[in-house]
Design a binder for this molecule. Structure first.
Ligand SMILES: Cc1cc2nc3c(=O)[nH]c(=O)nc-3n(C[C@H](O)[C@H](O)[C@H](O)COP(=O)(O)O)c2cc1C
Ligand code: SF4
Length: 484
C-alpha cells in the first residue's frame, strides 16, 4: 500500500473514558431518525467486504456469523458489504441480482435482529462495477489480445503489413517506441490489465448504462426490502460505476458526463427509480466521495453540490468516504488485477498508522463538515455519516458536537472490537481493544482472502467451538465479551 513519504507513526488512544451516566447523556448514544427508521444510537458500522460468500455470491454461515458478531455489540446500524446487483459471476462477492439470493439474505437479517435483540438497524450496500482484467503477460498480449489496427501499421511506417507482421514488429520494439505505437488504452491494458470506463461509449453496454442501471438498482433494492432490510445504501463511492459517473473524469457527451449537473443525472435517476420501487417506508441513502483524491478528479467543491442535490432529491441518509480509485492504483504483477486501494487515493480511503502531518484519524472530517453545512444551509436535515480513523468516544462525540456529522462510522475499530460501542456505553471503556490501523485486514481484503483482525484472529484457535479459516490458522470472529 502507498504511504505518505513523511512516514510519521501514530498510535490510537482511549481518550477520555465516559462513565455510564456520561455516556447515556452523550450525543453518540442518543437516537436519531433516518427517514422511516430510528437508530437507537449514532454508531454505524460501514460496509466491509469480508470475502465469506460462496463463489456464486450466496450468504454462508460464515457471513451470518460475521454480521451476528457485529450485531452483538449493538451498534445503531450496520451496513452489509458491497453486494452486486447483477446476475453475473463476480467471484465470492455477495450478490442480490436475482430472487434466489433472497432466502440467504433474509437469514442474515434475522440473525442480526436476534443477535442485537432488535436494536441494530440493517442496511445493505448495493454496488455495480465495470469489467477489469488481469495484467497480461506482455508477450501474450502483443501476440494474441491486442486488436491490430491501421494506426499500428501507420506507427510502424508500413501500411502493407499483415496482422502477424504487425504483432512481431511491435513485440520487437524497445519500450520507448512501443509506447508511441500503442494508444493510451492499449498501453494501459498491457501494463495494468484492460479496464472498462464509463466513457467507453463505443461499447453498447457502456453506452446503455443510463438505461440499464435504474432498473438493476431498483430490482436489487426491492429484493433487499423483501429480505427484510431496513434500507439500502447505494454505492456511489470509490472505484465503481456510479462514482465514475460523478467523477470529473467522466467526459461522456450524452448528457451524463461533463458538467456537474450532467454527472449527477444518473445517480439521481437511479435514486428516483429505487425510491419509486421501494416506497417511503424503506430507507434509501448513498455513500459518495467527499473527495476523489486523484489528479483531475472531483473534490469537495463537487461533493458539496452532490450532497445537497442528493438531500434535495429526498435521500434518507448520506455517508461520505474518500479516494479508493483505480486511477492511481499500483501496477499489479503479471497475472494480478489492479486494486483501487493501493495508491494515494487508496490511502485516503483507509489511512494507516504510518502517515503525514494530518495523521490517519479523521481525514474526512473537514470535507464532510463542509458538505453537511451546505446541506443544512439549503434547508435539509438529512443525516450525514462520517467515517475514517474513528476509534474512541472523544473523537466520535466531538464530531457530533462540532456538527461534522450526525452519525459516526467506524469500520476497522469495529472489526478490531465489535463491542467497543457497548463497552463505552456501559462504562467498560478500558476493555476496548483499540484498532492499531496496521491494515492487516485490508491486505487480506486485497487478496480476496477471508478478512479477520490481527488483534484477535489467533486467540483460542484450536479450542472447541472456535470456527477458523479452512487452513485452521485464524479464528473467524472476535471472541465474545459480556459486561462483568
Ligand atoms: C476489509 C475492508 C473492506 C471494506 N469494504 C468496503 C465496502 O464493501 N464498501 C465500502 O463502501 N467501503 C468498504 N471499506 C471501507 C470502509 O467502509 C471505511 O470507509 C474505511 O475503512 C475507513 O473507515 P475506518 O477508518 O473506520 O476503517 C472496507 C474497509 C475494509 C477495511
Ligand atoms: S487488522 Fe485489526 S488492528 Fe489492524 S487495521 Fe485491521 S482492524 Fe485494525
Amino acid at each position: 500500500m502507498w504511504r505518505p513519504p513523511e512516514r510519521i507513526q501514530y498510535e490510537s488512544g482511549f481518550g477520555h473514558m465516559p462513565s455510564r451516566e456520561e455516556a447515556a447523556a452523550s450525543l453518540l448514544f442518543s437516537p436519531l431518525k433516518i427517514g422511516p427508521v430510528t437508530i437507537k444510537q449514532r454508531s454505524w458500522i460501514p460496509a466491509m467486504v469480508p470475502w465469506r460468500a460462496t463463489e456464486e455470491g450466496f450468504v454462508t454461515d460464515n457471513v451470518i456469523d460475521w454480521y451476528a458478531r457485529f450485531a452483538r455489540g449493538r451498534p445503531g446500524a450496520i451496513v452489509v458489504e458491497a453486494t452486486g446487483i447483477r446476475d453475473v459471476p463476480s467471484g465470492p462477492l455477495m450478490r442480490i441480482g436475482h430472487e434466489r439470493y433472497i432466502p440467504g439474505l433474509r437469514r442474515l437479517v434475522d440473525a442480526v435482529r436476534d443477535a442485537s435483540d432488535g436494536e441494530t438497524r440493517l442496511f445493505i450496500q448495493l454496488i455495480d462495477f465495470l469489467s477489469i482484467r488481469r495484467r497480461p503477460d506482455p508477450k501474450k498480449y502483443l501476440e494474441r489480445f491486442l486488436v491490430i489496427t491501421d494506426a499500428h501499421r501507420a506507427a510502424l511506417g508500413d501500411a502493407s503489413l499483415s496482422d502477424d507482421d504487425v504483432r512481431a514488429r511491435l513485440a520487437a520494439l524497445p519500450r520507448a517506441d512501443l509506447v508511441q505505437a500503442l494508444t493510451k488504452t492499449e498501453l494501459e491494458a498491457l501494463d495494468y490489465g484492460y479496464r472498462e470506463r464509463v466513457t467507453d461509449t463505443h461499447l453498447a453496454h457502456i453506452r446503455d448504462l443510463p438505461q440499464a442501471l435504474p432498473g438493476l438498482f431498483s430490482d436489487a433494492a426491492a429484493r433487499a426490502q423483501e429480505a427484510g432490510f431496513d434500507g439500502v445504501e447505494l454505492h456511489y463511492a470509490h472505484a465503481y460505476t456510479m462514482a465514475s459517473f460523478l467523477s470529473r473524469t467522466n467526459t461522456r457527451e450524452d448528457g451524463y458526463g461533463g458538467a456537474r449537473e450532467n454527472r449527477l443525472r444518473l445517480p439521481l435517476e437511479v435514486y428516483a427509480a429505487v425510491r419509486a420501487r421501494t416506497g417511503k417506508d424503506f430507507a434509501v441513502g448513498c455513500r459518495f466521495l467527499a473527495d476523489e483524491c486523484i489528479d483531475g478528479g472531483s473534490d469537495v467543491s463537487d461533493a458539496r453540490v452532490f450532497g445537497t442535490a442528493f438531500a434535495r432529491a429526498g435521500m434518507d441518509f448520506l455517508s461520505t468516504s474518500r479516494g479508493g480509485k483505480f486511477d492511481d492504483a499500483k501496477q499489479p504483477s503479471v497475472g494480478g488485477t489492479a486494486y483501487p486501494y493501493t495508491g494515494r487515493s487508496g490511502y485516503e480511503c483507509m489511512p494507516q498508522y504510518i502517515s503525514d502531518a494530518r495523521g490517519p484519524f479523521g481525514r474526512n472530517v473537514e470535507a464532510t463538515s463542509a458538505i453537511r453545512a451546505d446541506i443544512r444551509a439549503a434547508g435539509f436535515d438529512t443525516p450525514i455519516v462520517c467515517a475514517g480513523g474513528v476509534h474512541n468516544f472523544d473523537m466520535a462525540e466531538k464530531m457530533l458536537k462540532d456538527g461534522v456529522c450526525d452519525i459516526v462510522g467506524s469500520a476497522r475499530q469495529s472489526l478490531a472490537d465489535p463491542d467497543w460501542f457497548r463497552k463505552v456505553a456501559t462504562g467498560h471503556g478500558q476493555d476496548v481493544r483499540l484498532c492499531e490501523f496496521t491494515n492487516y485486514c485490508e491486505a487480506l481484503d486485497q487478496k480476496h482472502k477471508v478478512v479477520t483482525c490481527q488483534l484477535w484472529d489467533k486467540l483460542d484457535v484450536g479450542q472447541e467451538g472456535v470456527k477458523t479459516t479452512v487452513d485452521g490458522k485464524r479464528r473467524l470472529t472476535a471472541p465474545d465479551w459480556s459486561p462483568a
